[in-house]
Each structure stands twice: as structure tokens, then as C-alpha cells.
Design a protein around this ligand. Structure first.
Ligand SMILES: [Zn+2]
Length: 269
């Protein structure tokens, strides 16, 4: 479970400052996401890098797994600039060892490597167009309720071989359990069976925020459809590289993987 005390401390909000309106809330922790609102005409940068602002003045800031430290937010409007130091809190992530996976899926053969590369390019392509509407204002909810079987940021060692950190949350649930959209958005990508991910749905929640749902037994949406928060988009399965039926879902802001548990809060029971 997430360290709720740390998150409460990190939940902050600012009021108006001089003539530049700025509000920020969310979680300034590794894997956290902050929700900003300013004037529609404002220019926003984080550590000098431009941040997309919607035509209503909404913006998002995501913090990666190894992002602890001070970030400098600047919001410029006409001749004024408001500066905020955001202290991103460090977290510890666990190491998970998983054995007994079919060797083929741990060390893919050349044919599989070509297929994996093609599928990766398809996802990259689906992420190229970003929706500038902040659909995420719908609010967030858990896609499925079940036992948490994998957490964000853990480093997996598969059959003794270290892999990239686990960038998502795993919820074990029976095959066929409905999977719901964590927030409103547009379906950006549907795949019937990827090498690692199996049946996959990707939703664009606007301003670079996306969620992906993998290992599905069924996908109930088609590309470019709009979904509301909580709409059923698929069903839990064990397709692709999965040892049993569960939903792996991930959240990214642009290229930064966000911790779904930090975003969604504790799973309701
Ligand atoms: Zn997973």
C-alpha cells in the first residue's frame, strides 16, 4: 500500500499570486502527478522545459520513478512571472523476483524481437497525437477491484535476469471481470494481441496523460471512441506475458510513467 502519510503532506494547493493566477494540487512524490490551473494565456515551464497549457488554462506535471529533488515551475503572464519550487519526495521501491516464466518470453527469439519492435512502434505512433482537451477533469476511479499483485517502480528479476522497473499496477481478478476507464478520454489504440501485453487498450485523457490496460481477455471499445470515467472498456484476462488472470494498468504523462496508486488513492473495498 502507498504511504498515505507522505501523500497527505504532499497534497498542496496555491491561491492567486499577484496578477498571475496559479493553483496546483496532486502529489509531489516520485511517480506523482500534479494538476495545475492558470490563466489561459500563461506560459508554463518546468525546469525551463515548456509545459502544455489547455485553452482553459489547465496543465499537468508528472514526476518519474527517480525524480526526487527540487523542480522549478515558472508561470509567465504578460510582464509577470510566478516561480514555485516543487520538492519531489524520494520513495523506496522494491525488488521482485519472478521465476518459472516460459524461457521464450524472457529471452525472445529473433522473430519475436522483430514483432516486439513493430508493436512498440505502433504504440509510439498512437501516442504521437495528443489530445489538448483535459478529459481527466472527469475525476479518477479504479479500473477493477481485486488483490494488488504488483506495484509501480518495483524492479523485476525474471528467471534471474533483471528487467526494466515495473511501470504499472497489477490487480488480480477473475478472467472476464469488467475493466473500467480510470477517467474520461479518447481510445487511442486497441491491439488484439501484443507479444508482451496481449490484448491492449490505450486511452488518451488529454494534455499528455494516458492510461493503458493490458493482458485483457476482451476489448470492448474501438479506436477513437470517447469513453466516460468508469465505462467498461474490456475484461480481465491473461493474454501476452502473464502468469495468471490479472489487469496490469499503467499511467503515463508524456513519456513519464506515473504511479497509478498515487493517482487513484487507496482501492475501494
Ligand atoms: Zn504488471
Amino acid at each position: 500500500m502507498i504511504r498515505l502519510i507522505a501523500l497527505v503532506i504532499c497534497l498542496w494547493s496555491f491561491g492567486a499570486d499577484a496578477n498571475v493566477p496559479l493553483s496546483l494540487d496532486g502529489h509531489a512524490v516520485e511517480g506523482g502527478l500534479m494538476f495545475g490551473k492558470t490563466d489561459a494565456q500563461a506560459r508554463v515551464t518546468l525546469d525551463k522545459k515548456s509545459v502544455l497549457v489547455s485553452k482553459e488554462g489547465h496543465f499537468l506535471i508528472g514526476f518519474g520513478r527517480d525524480s526526487a529533488g527540487i523542480k522549478n515551475l515558472e508561470v509567465a503572464l504578460r510582464n509577470e512571472i510566478v516561480r514555485r519550487e516543487i520538492n519531489v519526495v524520494d520513495r523506496d521501491f522494491k525488488i521482485e523476483r519472478i521465476n518459472g516464466l516460459p524461457g521464450k518470453k524472457v529471452t525472445p527469439d529473433p522473430k519475436a524481437i522483430a514483432r516486439i519492435a513493430k508493436e512498440k512502434a505502433q504504440i509510439t505512433d498512437a501516442k504521437r497525437a495528443s489530445d489538448s482537451t483535459p478529459h481527466y477533469l472527469s475525476g479518477f476511479g479504479w479500473p477493477v477491484i481485486g488483490r494488488l499483485s504488483g506495484v509501480y517502480g518495483s524492479q523485476r528479476v525474471l528467471n534471474g535476469k533483471p528487467r526494466r522497473p515495473h511501470y504499472g499496477t497489477d490487480v488480480a481478478a477473475p478472467t472476464g471481470s469488467p475493466v473500467r476507464a480510470i477517467a474520461a478520454g479518447r481510445v487511442a489504440f486497441v491491439h488484439s494481441g501484443m507479444f508482451f501485453n496481449g490484448k491492449t487498450v490505450l486511452i488518451d485523457h488529454g494534455l499528455g496523460l494516458r492510461s493503458v490496460y493490458i493482458h485483457l481477455s476482451d476489448a470492448k471499445v474501438t479506436k477513437d471512441a470517447y469513453v466516460a470515467a468508469g465505462d467498461v472498456i474490456g475484461a480481465v484476462g491473461a493474454t501476452g506475458r502473464a502468469t495468471g488472470p490479472h489487469l496490469h494498468f499503467g499511467v503515463t504523462h508524456n513519456a513519464t510513467p506515473i504511479d497509478p496508486e498515487v493517482l487513484l488513492g487507496e482501492m475501494p473495498r
